[in-house]
Design a protein around this ligand. Structure first.
Ligand SMILES: [Zn+2]
Length: 99
């Protein structure tokens, strides 16, 4: 299991929605911030972001944003078509456990 810590704070929901509508969680380093407890699949998704942070270090936000930027330039969606999000979705969908 990837070393991580989940921090659940309901008030984060309002704060985060100012930036991304319908958001659920954000991973910073090995910490996962969410406004409600995550299901198994949702946790797996965020754990992949923990691994991405470990792989790229503090350059991760930059490479993430660069990938979103290049997706946008190709006329794709900055979030959905970001390769780090695609990878996290793939990993999460491979895990079968729920809640
Ligand atoms: Zn994600």
């Amino acid at each position: 299991m990837t070393a991580h810590r989940v921090v659940v704070r309901p008030w984060l929901r309002v704060l985060g929605s100012l930036v991304v509508k319908d958001w659920l969680a954000i991973t910073i380093g090995s910490r996962i911030y969410a406004w409600r407890p995550l299901t198994g699949v949702e946790l797996e998704h965020e754990l992949q972001h923990v691994r991405q942070w470990a792989r790229h270090g503090w350059a991760f936000p930059l490479v993430y944003l660069a990938d979103s930027w290049s997706a946008r330039r190709k006329g794709k969606r900055w979030y959905h078509d970001n390769r780090f999000e695609q990878e996290a979705r793939e990993v999460a969908s491979r895990r079968t456990h729920t809640t």
